[in-house]
Design a protein around this ligand. Sequence first.
Ligand code: ATP
Length: 291
Amino acid sequence: MDKMELKALGKINLGLDVLGKRPDGYHDVRMVMQTIYLYDQITITKRKEPGIGLSTNLFYLPVNENNLAYRAAKLLMDEFEIRSGVDIFLEKHIPVAAGMAGGSSNAAAVLYGINRMFDLGLSTEELMKRGVSLGADVPYCIMRGTVLAEGIGEILTPLPPMPRCQIVVAKPPVSVSTKMVYEKIDSRRIVEHPDIDGIIEGLKEGDVTKIASRMGNVLEQVTVEEYPVIDKIKKLMDEGGAKGAMMSGSGPTVFGIFTEKSLAKKAALKIREAGLAKQVYVTNVHNARRK
Ligand code: ATP
């Protein structure tokens, strides 16, 4: 195989709780992750000359070691002493610095692709073990689907799939520093923790309304204080008939869960017309796991 086309899918958090800060600077979290059908298209092509040639449609993204896709390729090519090289093209659609694990999912897809392309014979578990050195969300992005993520995000327990529904994703035109959000959450006492167990119950019952009503993200308040536009988008989603609307990850992306496509489309249009976000998508959940 000399060329591979891969879909690197984004995620939302149906629930995100922070349990505390660890001595190594990471945070212990408890998150319900959900893959959605919004993706970056990744093309990997073998070439004779050694090295990694990375390019992307977004001029402002790094195309060197600072790009997670590059680091993922380098990790496997160094370990397995691959003498030839690869060209990687990232066609980005997942909003950047948005709380949707765009970079992590690119890294996951590249690990998966290089393993296949060069017949390295690594199992999914072995890829996930290597992935965590690139980022806490990378193992999840390799696994995909509905998952409880604990530890720093790398201890994964598969959950029953999110029932079919429409997801409206809206990324307001602000970039959030994940580091800043976690620093702020460290400086305050968390009074109210999201009901992660309630979300899991809803998943077990296959009840979208229950899942949506239990959703919670402990980081939301911190990011909203900085960017009130998040609350405005949530409000439009709620008014538009969402079963629930919440910020994903450290933000600023907001997603809404709808059971009717016509309502989802209307809400997306309203958000765009109100000028709250340009990057607005109507999509579905994606439950298939990587084998
Ligand atoms: P998370 O949900 O894991 O916090 P995120 O959505 O906040 O992720 P990313 O889109 O992954 O954040 O990007 C955050 C930063 O990482 C960007 O500012 C960008 O410079 C850098 N980055 C490195 N590699 C990539 C990549 N392949 N795609 C997007 N950003 C990347």
